[in-house]
Design a protein around this ligand. Structure first.
Ligand SMILES: [Zn+2]
Length: 320
């Protein structure tokens, strides 16, 4: 009998505790500007997409990005924890165009249970680059042409409106202000690029992430590794790049935060062996943003950092 009373008391305490907790949750929701319904749980792959979700979704969504600063999306494999996070989401956004090459299977499986959207889905295939060495696929690094990435933002807006029509106005307003900042950014990159004379606008990097950047802002682009870092650079690739740098008297090349530096340092050493000197002009954010909380931890900040770094290095007079 005593145990039954004890159990009863426990159940009552539990009820009261739960009730208090839901009161607290209600208080929190009513004090914020959005409706009191629960947030939409969004899981993304690369940071640049997480950034879109935060800008467009505001406090209606909670965004979890699987890949942090310095992470290479070409090589990233989903952990067990990632799979659980993906399965528990209301929405999944990824880049697509085979950027997340090792996650293709997981993302495909998720499609049956969670709405899974490639942010590049709406981009006209006619304006995508299709380098022959990437085996008939499109170059996935679309975020470096700011005008192309604006289409990714619109895809996110439209998807959020689809699943949460009550907040459509919020998503539209947020998108408008984010797109305005991106337009400003596009103009800024263009202006900065034009400070470098056209024949000096050559960008040598560790892997081919900057082809859209080159097309949009007038740079000739050379990467040591191909479109995906999954393929190693061979001796022939290194020799061809060394030859190019020496012949064109390129003053600087660039390392990327998500690709090991040693490959680009090997090129630098080989150039020096030929009696020319090429500087490492700084670190670019290619396939990953900077640490969160830093200016480069946002899309706008990373693009700005890149163009500032590139222009400063290329405008420096060559040492020889
Ligand atoms: Zn890449």
């Amino acid at each position: 009998m005593r145990t039954i009373y004890g159990l009863l008391a426990f159940v009552i305490i539990l009820f009261v505790a739960c009730d208090r907790q839901s009161d607290k949750a209600n208080e929190k929701a009513s004090s914020s500007t959005v409706s009191s319904e629960k947030q939409i749980r969004v899981v993304t792959t690369i940071g640049m997409i997480t950034d879109i979700i935060q800008n467009v979704g505001g406090n209606r969504v909670s965004a979890t990005g699987l890949m942090g600063a310095g992470i290479d999306p070409h090589l990233y494999k989903a952990s067990e924890g990632d799979v659980a996070r993906l399965a528990g989401a209301d929405l999944i956004f990824y880049n697509g165009l085979h950027l997340e090459g090792k996650m293709a299977g997981v993302l495909e499986r998720m499609q049956d249970q969670v709405k899974t959207v490639a942010v590049t889905h709406d981009i006209d295939r006619g304006i995508l680059l299709a380098p022959p060495e990437f085996e008939g696929a499109y170059d996935p690094h679309v975020w470096f042409d700011v005008t192309l990435w604006m289409k990714a933002v619109e895809r996110v807006r439209d998807t959020l409106i689809e699943v949460d029509q009550d907040s459509a106005e919020l998503y539209r307003t947020n998108t408008e202000s984010y797109l305005a900042q991106m337009e400003e950014l596009h103009d800024y990159v263009m202006q900065q690029a034009e400070r470098v004379s056209p024949d000096q606008r050559v960008l040598v990097t560790a892997h081919d992430a900057f082809n859209y950047f080159g097309r949009a802002y007038g740079f000739e682009v050379r990467g040591l590794q191909g479109i995906s870092t999954a393929a190693e650079a061979g001796t022939a690739d290194v020799q061809a790049l060394v030859q190019f740098i020496v012949e064109r008297r390129i003053p600087a090349m660039f390392v990327e935060t998500s690709v090991p530096r040693r490959s680009i340092e090997a090129v630098q050493a080989a150039v020096e062996a030929k009696g020319f000197s090429v500087e490492i002009g700084g670190q670019l954010f290619s396939d990953a943003m900077g640490a969160s909380g830093t200016p480069e931890g946002t899309y706008l900040g990373m693009v700005r950092h890149n163009i500032d770094t590139i222009v400063a290095s290329l405008l420096k007079p060559a040492a020889n």
